[in-house]
Design a protein around this ligand. Structure first.
Ligand SMILES: [Zn+2]
Length: 166
């Protein structure tokens, strides 16, 4: 069963679902674009802000990662998505215009990871952490915790960040 056998706009089955883009009998065109995922590096006291994923997350439960996620709305810039996810996952608020690009990495076949960064932040201004639907902990960490990051793309960014600081 081909995963992309039906038009997402009208539900009709493609006649010859082989190449990309696909056009359904009603004329809807579907491209197989990668999905952008945004992550945010927040430097704090020589470390980086990380979140621990929920113990009931379907993928990588309890793993450490940077705050981030999918862009929810096509009206939302990636910087706005980064600070929205930061607030949802850590309760920390930052203005989107403080976010600069740090690195962009393709994972062939599915994702484009956009890593943003802001200037050094102070935890003293932050509200207390409470568990969220997605995160169970908010921590500041360096390379000593890198083995707790389940994704190589995150580990590569973390190694690059700390190597550049030396
Ligand atoms: Zn269609």
């Amino acid at each position: 069963m081909n995963k992309y056998s039906f038009c997402p706009d009208c539900g009709i089955r493609y006649v010859e679902p082989s190449g990309w883009p696909r056009t359904c009998p009603n004329g809807h065109i579907m491209w197989k674009n990668p999905i952008p995922v945004v992550s945010l590096l927040v430097p704090v006291k020589g470390g980086l802000l990380l979140v621990r994923r929920s113990p009931i997350a379907q993928v990588a439960p309890n793993g450490l990662t940077f705050p981030g996620g999918y862009l929810d709305h096509r009206e939302e810039t990636w910087q706005e998505a980064a600070v929205r996810e930061l607030k949802e996952e850590t309760h920390v608020t930052l203005p989107a215009d403080l976010i600069r690009e740090y690195r962009v990495v393709s994972k062939p076949g599915k994702y484009v990871f956009i890593y943003g960064i802001c200037v050094e932040q102070s935890q003293t201004d932050w509200p207390a952490f409470t568990t969220t639907d997605e995160t169970s902990e908010r921590i500041i960490a360096g390379l000593e915790r890198i083995d707790e990051l389940p994704w190589e793309v995150d580990r590569a960014v973390m190694r690059h960040y700390f190597a550049a600081r030396q």
